[in-house]
Structures are given as C-alpha cells and as structure tokens.
Design a protein around this ligand. Structure first.
Ligand code: ADP
Length: 278
C-alpha cells in the first residue's frame, strides 16, 4: 500500500508539473497572438468579414489565456507555491477599479449593479489586493453571467470586526439570477465543477474560478459561503482578514453608502428642528 501511495503521489506531482510547464510555455505565444490580433484590428480598410474573423480570434485567444492562467494558479495552489503579497493598498481605489469593470459588464447585459458599503471601513489595508480583486471579479462575473437581462447584481461590504492590527471584512455578492441546484452545491468549489455540462459552451468558463477563489480566500484566513434558491438567485459571502497599517484611519465613504442600511442618531436641542425631523 505504501508503494502504491508513493506511486500515486509521484503521478500527481508529475501531472501538476506537466500542466504548469505546458501552461507557462503556451502563455508566451498566446500573448503574441492577442497582441498581433489587436494590432491587426486597428488596420484601415479591413473588410467586414476580416474584422469579424479577427474579433473572433481575439475572443478565443483571450478565453484560452484565462484558462491557462487558471491552470497555472491551480497548480501553484496544489504544490503550495501560491504566495500572497502583504502590501498596503488604498481601499477606495481598490473598490473603484472593481466597480468600473462591473458597471461596464452590467450595462452591456442590461443588469442593474449596486455597490453598498455598510458602516465604517478603513482607508488603507495591508494584503494582496490583486488576488482579492481576482476573487471578487470572479464571483461578481459569475453573478453577471448567470443573471438574465433585467436582473440585479449587488455587492454589500461590511467590516465585521477590527482589532489593533487587523480587520475582518465581509463582501456579500447577491444576484437575482438562476440560482444553484442543491445537488450541485456540495461540489461547487471542486476544480472543473459546473452545474450543467452545457455551461462551458453557453457561458464559457472552465469551472476553476471558485476552486481557486476558495483557496486564495483561505490563505487570507477567510472563507466563502453560498446561500441560494434555485430560480431566485444566489448570495456568495466572502470573508477575509486584512492587516491594518499603523495609525490607520476609519472613514465613512458617503458616496457608496446605502443610507437605509445605516442606523442614525441625531442630537439636536432645538424643539422646532426635532418636530421637522419627525
Ligand atoms: P465557471 O464560472 O468558469 O464555470 P466557477 O468555478 O466560477 O467556474 O463556477 C462553477 C459553477 O458554479 C458554474 O459553472 C455554475 O454552474 C455555478 N455558479 C457559480 N456562480 C453562480 C451564480 N452566481 N449563479 C448560478 N450558478 C453559479
């Protein structure tokens, strides 16, 4: 049994190394194809057909590149080589770049997008902002993908706890889409798992996104949970722990705040004003 175990482990390592090397090798020519395709599309006097072919080459090449990047991420996770950086970042800029991408995606598909900040958050945190962005874009991207036109995607952000050195943040991504079958739910974080075999053809995607996201979030001392009703929609709750820089400031970000989610205490000694407020 010991020999069989050693052989199985060896085979698994060989598979991971093979995938990782191949993905790495494929990435360079893939980038060249995408770059040259973009340049070719800028040529003047392209026929309608030629423009169409080049646009389709671009879409397929980008899909392949994202698949290769996912496989590389997965093999890094499996071999314990996924390392997170620990750098200070501006939370407003972080949210702005996510919201810009999501606003465009939702507009294209005819969905409403809302980002709600509940309560107070810090201006700056310490962590891997790019990896956290990758997780949120993947989950928000799924919400857009699986919600039909006219639906709504929402991201609710809350700092649920804060100590001197770190803070726990919760990002809840809600959609009014097709929801997830309870039979599929136990498998949702497995690599290459998709609820329907036709998902890849209709929507694209490889079924690796949530497996990668779960691993990244666990490296941030957090987790991902799902709450869903088939036919009604889903909520993905992502919690992570982020570091706090020394003398960090807590600020209210009024633009994105949903006032209905806030408890407000107004103190005023003018009886007339108090009557108006009522
Ligand atoms: P991909 O999106 O590439 O298929 P993921 O790992 O991100 O891979 O998601 C796995 C599967 O989980 C999806 O194919 C889909 O079946 C299901 N899923 C994920 N998010 C949602 C959602 N918001 N609504 C409905 N189904 C979802």
């Amino acid at each position: 049994m010991r020999t069989a175990l050693a052989m199985a482990e060896q085979a698994s390592i060989a598979k991971t190394q093979f995938l990782s090397r191949m993905s790495h090798e494929i990435r360079t020519p893939m980038n060249a194809i995408i770059g040259l395709d973009t340049i070719a599309l800028q040529e003047h006097n392209l026929s309608k057909n030629m423009e169409d072919y080049l646009a389709k080459i671009g879409i397929s090449a980008r899909f392949l590149l994202s698949l290769i990047n996912d496989i590389l991420d997965m093999s890094r996770i499996e071999s314990g080589r996924m390392l997170l950086k620990n750098e200070e970042f501006d939370f407003r800029r972080f949210l702005d770049s996510i919201n810009t991408i999501l606003n465009a995606q939702c507009q294209d598909k005819g969905l409403t997008y809302e980002c709600v900040l509940k309560g107070y958050v810090d201006e700056r945190y310490i962590g891997d902002d790019l990896k956290l962005q990758q997780v949120l874009i993947n989950i928000l991207g799924n919400a857009v993908k699986f919600t039909p036109k006219g639906g709504k995607v929402q991201m609710l952000i809350e700092q649920v706890s804060r100590s001197g050195e770190n803070a726990k943040l919760c990002f809840a991504v809600r959609d009014t889409g097709e929801g997830i079958d309870e039979k599929f739910l136990p498998h949702i974080f497995e690599a290459f798992a998709q609820e329907n075999s036709g998902t890849m053809t209709i929507y694209g995607g490889s079924g690796l996104g949530l497996a990668i996201s779960k691993n990244i979030v666990q490296l941030m001392d957090g987790d991902i949970d799902v709450d869903t009703v088939k036919g009604m929609g889903s909520t993905f709750m992502v919690t992570v722990r982020l570091g706090l820089p020394a003398r960090s400031l807590q600020r209210l970000r009024s633009e994105t705040i949903a006032l209905s989610a806030l408890k407000t205490l107004i103190v005023d000694d003018d009886m007339l004003d108090c009557q108006h407020a009522e």
